[in-house]
Design a protein around this ligand. Structure first.
Ligand code: CP3
Length: 345
């Protein structure tokens, strides 16, 4: 399928591009007044589960900024919900999954039966978006990684020290692995469903992979990511793996078969490029809090990241993690403008 704007896809395949493409993680969200307005009328999960609303929110940032891709509006935690857990988003407290997974018995209560039917609203939103986007911009689908989904399922809520999942990891590694394998299968089916519904790329968020000691990373996250990438390879859409774990993890994932690796903001982009070389494209990695800074600071930091690529393709500009809810929209506008102008070939 060809697009009027294929800059994002071409950069992933390291083909020549007229400028460095940009989108930003959480580009649809609370920093946009029109998002807050819509959310005042509908709760978060209602927006995710109503294809017209999810599609509308997906398009909001594209009306304001000239991003090079749209990302489906949803959440990674719809998979645990579809597997039978209760999911709530509590105002100011983030997501809650209950009852939390504690042992083999509670893993057995989960089911992947009818997963596609239970998540049909996601395919519904994608179908609306394919129509609306009308090949102007590619649409990115996504999922959480098995390990990142497991952290929320086992902790039940956001956590500082990951006490429950890490104690299970050391006390009963095979129990944790049975959950991770079930999630790897569910994530694969879920991403296949998204691709069949029409997304042109997928990204897997391994947000918490970096809390695993690197010598255990392959055992509890890497091998499952590898499996998913391999099982998607016949589907012919590029796969991005985003992990918040620095150079160590990039090196572990470079031979996973992923087309692009996400780089967090703690990592130096030039070092990342040297480590990965021509084995994958890279995405990132502006520190999200730079967007609280002045226009001059934003311009300076953009320039530094672009210089790591020396004018070569293989880079998709992004933040090193999601945008924060109180970032001024003018600064986002400036960011997009700076990336476009400073990277023009
Ligand atoms: O990028 C996009 O614009 C697409 C939408 C998207 C959301 N969540 C919407 C959302 C994506 C890709 C996600 C991924 C996600 N969700 C991750 C992985 C990426 C990351 O940021 O680390 C994780 C860990 C989650 C789980 C989650 N969802 C948390 C921890 C929270 C609460 C924290 C917060 O930012 O409030 C959410 C809620 C959530 N997901 C919101 C949005 C726009 C805010 C909900 C609201 O409107 O109140």
């Amino acid at each position: 399928m060809s697009f009027n704007n294929s800059t994002y896809l071409n950069a992933i395949y390291r083909k020549p591009v007229p400028y460095t493409p940009i989108w930003i993680m959480r580009q649809a969200g609370r920093y946009l007044p029109e998002y807050r307005e819509l959310r005042a009328k509908h709760d978060f999960l209602t927006v995710c589960k109503t294809p017209e609303l999810a599609a509308e929110v997906t398009l909001q940032p594209l009306r304001r900024f000239d991003f090079d891709a749209a990302i489906l509006f949803s959440d990674i935690l719809v998979i645990p919900e579809a597997m039978g857990m209760k999911l709530e988003f509590l105002e100011n407290h983030g997501p809650k999954l209950s009852p939390r997974i504690e042992d083999e018995h509670s893993i057995k209560q989960l089911t992947s039966d009818h997963l596609e039917e239970r998540l049909e609203y996601v395919a519904g939103a994608i179908k609306v978006l394919v129509q609306e986007l009308n090949r102007q911009k590619p649409l990115i689908g996504f999922s959480g990684s098995p390990f990142t989904l497991a952290t929320y399922m086992i902790e039940g809520k956001p956590t500082r020290n990951f006490k429950f999942i890490k104690s299970l990891m050391y006390r009963e590694p095979e129990v944790l692995q049975s959950l991770l394998q079930a999630l790897a299968d569910a994530v694969t089916r879920y991403l296949k469903m998204q691709i069949e519904a029409g997304v042109q790329a997928v990204q897997i968020f391994d947000t918490w992979g970096g809390i695993i000691p690197i010598h255990h990373y392959e055992t509890f996250s890497g091998q499952y990511l590898r499996q998913i990438v391999q099982n998607l390879s016949s589907h012919q859409v590029p796969v991005t793996l985003f992990s918040k774990g620095g150079l160590n993890i990039l090196i572990q994932l470079v031979d996973s078969g992923a087309d692009m690796l996400g780089v967090d903001w703690m990592t130096d982009m030039y070092e990342a490029r040297m480590a990965v070389s021509d084995r994958a494209a890279l995405q990132g990695n502006l520190d999200p809090t730079v967007l609280y800074g002045s226009k001059e600071i934003i311009s300076r930091e953009v320039k530094r990241i672009l210089e790591a690529f020396d004018g070569e393709s293989g880079h998709v500009f992004n933040l090193g993690h999601g945008i924060l809810p109180d970032i001024p929209v003018d600064n986002v506008k400036h960011l997009v403008h700076e990336v476009r102008e400073k990277s023009r070939r």
